[in-house]
Design a protein around this ligand. Structure first.
Ligand code: PLP
Length: 364
């Protein structure tokens, strides 16, 4: 007899790292590799966040607070809501997985757009739910009309990634509100707002106003992107107290480590710093998009910290490999759902120049 594993294991999509694992931290720290493959921030955390992590490190002999009391209270103050409506997690990915586990049985349906965030296919694979992938509309934007039309009595979860990864497009809050009106109350709608701070259509907090009208709506946010804390793994959801209780019930009590709790609780206090980070990202966005247009390349309208580039006649594999030889890591479009594209995160100005220079050489 040999060990056998659960059938669902064969369904799991697996994750491809943005840079070869093992080499990454040293090469990135030395400035060797321009890490433009994972939509991270090129800026280190706020100095007071680093101090909070250092202070907390001395108490690592203790388990973290299972209720993440300080972090949830600070988030509640920032968003003018109650801590009971905030779930925190080991990255917002963990909330996605926990939501699927808490909401879906085999036979349930999960609706999401495609191409969209590569983690979403894990949810049906893990739970045995049926996935309904709704193609993006022209312009690489969510087709909310088509998504609403896919909702049935079996739909348990509907995810809207806004701005969308990998296409960087954003649907304004007013359209999200109209969409929510059409979704019946038995469907949990997760609005994945990992990149919301980078969009300039709306106030980034505009969707918070919808929570009062739609008790089935959950906003999913993270410290991994504009706060520069991807390495610590901390994300959060704002929704109903029932949603929070459900995702907490299916996870281990200590999923957010003490360093991550301390860092998040400090980082949320520095909204001026968030604004500065967003401003410099938006400035780089304009510069990179201009550079791409000069190379004759089309992009979807980016409202995030990355561009989704249509390579036209250039070969995706050759471009990704050629950039790799120049130590510039970007994402190939094929595994993200649309061959003939690459996704590039905006790095520092110097990294972006290296990227544009490398790409220009390859297209020549
Ligand atoms: C759309 C989207 N949602 C969620 C996440 C996950 O972020 P976290 O680091 O909080 O797990 C990402 C990360 O790339 C993302 O692109």
């Amino acid at each position: 007899m040999t060990v056998t594993f659960a059938e669902k294991l064969a369904r799991m999509p697996g994750y491809q790292a943005g840079v070869p694992t093992g080499q990454a931290p040293e090469a990135i720290a030395s400035g060797g590799i321009a890490q433009l493959a994972s939509n991270e921030s090129p800026f280190p955390p706020h100095p007071l966040v680093i101090e909070a992590i250092q202070r907390t490190a001395a108490a690592m002999n203790r388990y973290p607070d299972p209720d993440a009391t300080l972090l949830r209270r600070r988030l509640a103050e920032r968003y003018e809501t109650e801590p009971g409506r905030i779930a925190v997690a080991n990255g917002s990915c963990e909330i996605l997985l926990a939501a699927a586990e808490a909401l879906c049985e085999p036979g349930a349906e999960i609706v999401y757009a495609w191409p969209s965030f590569s983690m979403y296919p894990y949810l049906p694979a893990l739970t045995g739910a049926r996935e309904i992938r709704v193609p993006l509309a022209p312009g690489d934007v969510h087709d909310l009309e088509a998504m609403a039309n896919e909702v049935t009595a079996a739909t348990q979860l509907l995810i809207v990634c806004n701005p969308n990864n990998p296409t960087a497009t954003h649907v304004p809050a007013a359209e999200i509100a109209e969409f929510c009106e059409r979704i019946p109350p038995h469907v949990t709608v997760i609005l994945d707002e990992a990149y919301i701070e980078f969009q300039t259509h709306d106030d980034p907090d505009a969707t918070l106003d919808l929570l009062g009208d739609f008790p089935n709506l959950v906003l999913l946010r993270t410290f991994s992107k504009c706060y520069g804390l991807a390495g610590l793994r901390v994300g959060y959801a704002i929704g109903s107290a029932n949603f929070r209780a459900a995702v907490d019930a299916v996870r281990q009590p200590f999923s957010v480590n003490a360093l991550a709790q301390a860092a998040g609780a400090e980082a949320i206090l520095h909204q001026d710093d968030v604004l500065r980070r967003v401003e410099s990202t938006v400035a780089e966005r304009l510069r990179v998009e201009e550079g791409l247009a000069e190379l004759g390349l089309e992009t979807s309208e980016s409202q995030a910290n990355f561009s989704w580039i249509d390579l036209g006649d250039a070969g995706e594999a050759e471009v990704v490999a050629g950039l790799g030889e120049r130590l510039i890591a970007v994402r190939a479009g094929t595994p993200l759902g649309d061959p003939g594209h690459i996704r590039v995160t905006y790095g520092t100005a110097a990294e972006n120049d290296r990227f544009l220079g490398g790409l220009s050489e390859l297209l020549d």
